[in-house]
Design a protein around this ligand. Structure first.
Ligand SMILES: Cc1cc2nc3c(=O)[nH]c(=O)nc-3n(C[C@H](O)[C@H](O)[C@H](O)COP(=O)(O)O)c2cc1C
Length: 314
């Protein structure tokens, strides 16, 4: 069975091998706690938060669940030292990292008993992360929402699985049982999903964002920021069209990033589905309902078991 003898569930102290991906401005304490209460691992996104806000979010998550809740550090942020102090003081059980290497502080986290799981886009970076002591790696294919690499899930998962001896968590393009089973077949021991959780009931996004995901089809997303090395996948709208023009005009990387952050906040806080940026993966076309986060976890598990049971014997 999918959930038996799983190194990831044991490592993280969770029931099911389902992780809610960090989502800047979207993966709040409320969403993360709901996922953890459902037996998966919820992750609070620290991207865009001050140290005080992160502490508040950690405390809020602990008011909502006694299960483990992780924190994600986007290493492009300029306040990483302050965020790390909060993570160490609060003894957060698990930290996932993106957009950089946790090399300089992984020993401090381990000394505090914190598991460290970097998100990686290719074999070379996966091996580097294992060499510095990562407890597991999350391999994310370019079909996923948010910041992405260049390889597809189908290609990158098995190649990373063969290159590492720590558990592999697969991300990018998973929103049903077929996705979960395909990840396991390609060498993963758990999955991380973003887009399907982005419109869970406990997510802070508004009705326009929810409806945009529900209405999306397989070609509704676009990658912006490739020219300035911040490739990010989002639902196509007026803002992504404008961003493509900005990067064609040789935008400055920092300024582009700033505009992305502002537009993401506009989408979350004002529910502006045209002038905001709604990060989403290509799998948005498969998502047809906004469910409570715990139901997403049970749906993914039940559907995966159904798919496994119905598979043709070779
Ligand atoms: C709205 C949104 C924001 C995201 N922000 C982050 C982030 O702050 N940090 C991070 O490591 N990944 C981020 N991601 C990536 C997700 O954590 C996850 O790996 C990805 O969504 C998986 O692919 P999927 O969207 O096909 O499920 C984001 C994704 C979305 C959809």
């Amino acid at each position: 069975m999918i959930y038996m003898s799983n190194r990831v569930t044991q490592l993280l102290g969770i029931q099911y091998p389902i992780i809610q991906g960090a989502m800047q401005s979207v993966a709040t304490a409320k969403l993360a706690a709901a996922v953890s209460n459902g037996g998966g691992l919820g992750v609070i996104a620290a991207g865009g938060l001050s140290a005080d806000k992160l502490r508040e979010q950690i405390h809020e998550s602990r008011d909502l669940t006694d299960k483990p809740v992780a924190v994600n550090l986007m290493l492009m942020a300029t306040n990483i030292p302050e965020l790390l102090q909060v993570i160490l003081a609060e003894k957060v059980p698990v930290v996932t990292t993106g957009a950089g290497t946790p090399k300089l502080f992984i020993d401090d986290l381990h000394a505090a008993g914190i598991k460290v799981i970097p998100v990686v886009p290719n074999v070379k970076i996966a091996k580097k992360m294992v060499a510095i002591g990562a407890d597991a790696v999350i391999a994310e294919g370019m079909e996923g929402g948010g910041h992405i690499g260049t390889l597809t899930s189908q290609a990158v998962w098995p190649q990373i699985a063969d290159a590492i001896d720590v558990p592999l968590i697969a991300a990018g393009g998973i929103a049903d049982g077929r996705g979960v089973v395909s990840a396991l077949a390609l060498g993963a021991e758990a999955v991380q999903c973003g887009t399907i959780f982005s419109i869970a009931k406990e997510s802070p996004v508004g009705d326009n964002w929810r409806q945009a995901v529900i209405n999306a089809d397989d070609t509704s997303t676009v990658v912006v920021g490739q020219n300035v090395r911040v490739a990010s996948r989002a639902l196509k709208n007026a803002e992504t069209t404008a961003l493509l023009q900005v990067e064609a005009d040789q935008a400055d990387r920092a300024a582009f990033n700033q505009r992305l952050d502002t537009a993401l906040n506009k989408a979350v806080r004002e529910d502006d589905a045209e002038n905001g940026v709604m990060y989403s993966g290509q799998i948005a076309g498969l998502i047809k309902a906004s469910l409570p986060a715990a139901e997403v976890v049970t749906y993914l598990m039940a559907d995966a078991r159904k798919v496994q049971a119905a598979m043709v014997q070779l």
